[in-house]
Design a protein around this ligand. Structure first.
Ligand code: AMP
Length: 404
């Protein structure tokens, strides 16, 4: 509801402007797809294995509400084959069957971008820099960028083997949930926030020690690019991210203003194998998804980006029967002003009260005298400009001066 809805939309506008400045174009993916599209994200991820809202449609197809949008964007890329580099942005709700709590909802909004084609590490930098700029434009200053590299496919295999050996050796000390995860994907054990697992995770092998020379060089260039743009980051070798398709650069944005467990406001990385696994040509990709709900919680915590404070700027008051208000309000709308009026022929006092409540800065008053002389009294309700009665034809000019 307003004002939250208006603030939510304003956030979307800041995002759209930020990424469109860099040439990203909007894609509106469908709300649900064949479940196979999302299964490509990896069966070992919670998002796919436990959290999808799936159903059979009347034609017997197995469908799912989208838990995220990258898979749909890449599916659209594979289907329509736009020229590369292809830069797309999206915004909208996702659905995950999760235990709802502050900052974690079953329907939540994300805004995001995907850039397909180049492997250039500077594209990773651009992607990260756009998220950073977006947060800055919202006025958020307590955001930490966590950065890691997951290496290329082979590096990851070698790392996973080493992890497997390490965790298997400490199997009995791990939590039961992590033992189950270990059987499916040892990488995901690093994601565990459970106290019992922390010491074993801390002593686990580090991905950065397994990078091939090419992956290490790519990662080095990403860091140099971020340094060149003065974007601070923290290397976090334990950052693995929830979805399986990430390779090389991976990152997450954490709000430090937040004491809740859900302090990740966004994340992303490279997913060079996804297009191919969806039936397209092998095409590298990099992108991010930012959680709108949590970003707004971070704005609350930092007392920034308050959103709009009023619905209209102008309020028309007419004590002569309402015909004058009808014409004047319509004319104001025609001029592009945000204007409202009162209804049901209320008293002057009641109309003034309505004007005040509307949050309007200026009241335009038409009483008997104004009606007789084709004038309007323009009254500043909030500032120092007082009031003045002007011919109907000069209303616009008077408003322009007063609203400067
Ligand atoms: P993910 O798609 O899991 O990488 O999540 C990217 C971002 O979306 C996270 O950093 C959160 O800000 C947000 N997010 C993910 N899941 C939820 C949820 N259930 N409720 C609210 N926000 C979420």
């Amino acid at each position: 509801m307003w004002p939250d809805a208006a603030r939510w939309r304003a956030l979307g506008q800041v995002f759209a402007q930020t990424v469109e400045e860099a040439g990203y174009t909007q894609v509106i993916p469908p709300m649900f797809e064949n479940i196979e599209v999302f299964k490509r994200l990896g069966d070992a991820t919670d998002v796919v294995s436990k959290e999808m809202y799936d159903f059979e449609d009347k034609g017997g197809r197995h469908m799912a509400l989208r838990p995220e949008q990258t898979a749909s964007i890449v599916r659209a890329f594979v289907e329509h084959r736009p020229l590369i580099p292809w830069k797309a942005w999206y915004s909208g709700p996702n659905f995950r069957y999760e235990r709802a709590q502050k900052g974690r909802y079953r329907q939540f909004d994300q805004v995001g971008i995907e850039a397909l084609g180049p492997e250039d590490p500077h594209l990773d930098v651009e992607v990260i820099a756009l998220a950073w700029r977006f947060y800055q434009r919202l006025g958020l200053s307590q955001i930490t960028l966590m950065l890691n590299s997951l290496g290329s496919g082979d590096d990851r295999e070698r790392f996973i083997e080493a992890l497997q050996a390490h965790f298997a050796a400490h199997q009995n000390e791990l939590s039961e949930a992590s033992r189950t995860t270990l059987a499916v994907n040892p990488l995901r054990v690093l994601d565990s926030k459970r106290e019992q697992d922390q010491a074993i995770i801390d002593s686990a092998p580090k991905m950065l020690d397994f990078l091939s020379p090419e992956a290490a060089e790519h990662f080095e260039k990403v860091q140099q690019g971020l340094d060149a743009l003065d974007i601070p980051y923290t290397l976090n070798p334990r950052l693995v991210r929830g979805l399986d398709y990430y390779v090389r650069t991976t990152f997450e944005f954490i709000s430090d203003a937040f004491d809740a467990a859900q302090n990740a406001v966004g994340g992303g990385g490279r997913y060079d194998g996804l297009a191919e696994s969806l039936g397209g040509p092998a095409t590298p990709g990099v992108g991010f998804a930012l959680g709108v709900d949590r970003t707004l919680l971070a704005c609350d915590a930092e007392e920034t980006f308050p959103g709009p404070t009023n619905v209209v700027d102008l309020f028309v008051i007419d004590t002569t029967g309402g015909q004058a208000a009808l014409a004047l309000t319509a004319a104001l709308h025609e001029e592009g002003h945000r204007a409202d009026r009162s209804w049901d022929n209320r008293s002057m006092k009641a109309q003034m009260k309505a004007a005040d409540r509307s949050g309007a800065q200026i009241a335009l008053i038409i009483g008997e005298e104004e009606a007789a002389s084709d004038t309007v009294t323009v009254r500043d309700l909030r500032g120092q400009s007082g009031q003045t009665t002007v011919p109907r034809t000069q209303v616009n000019e008077t408003l322009r001066k007063m609203m400067r």
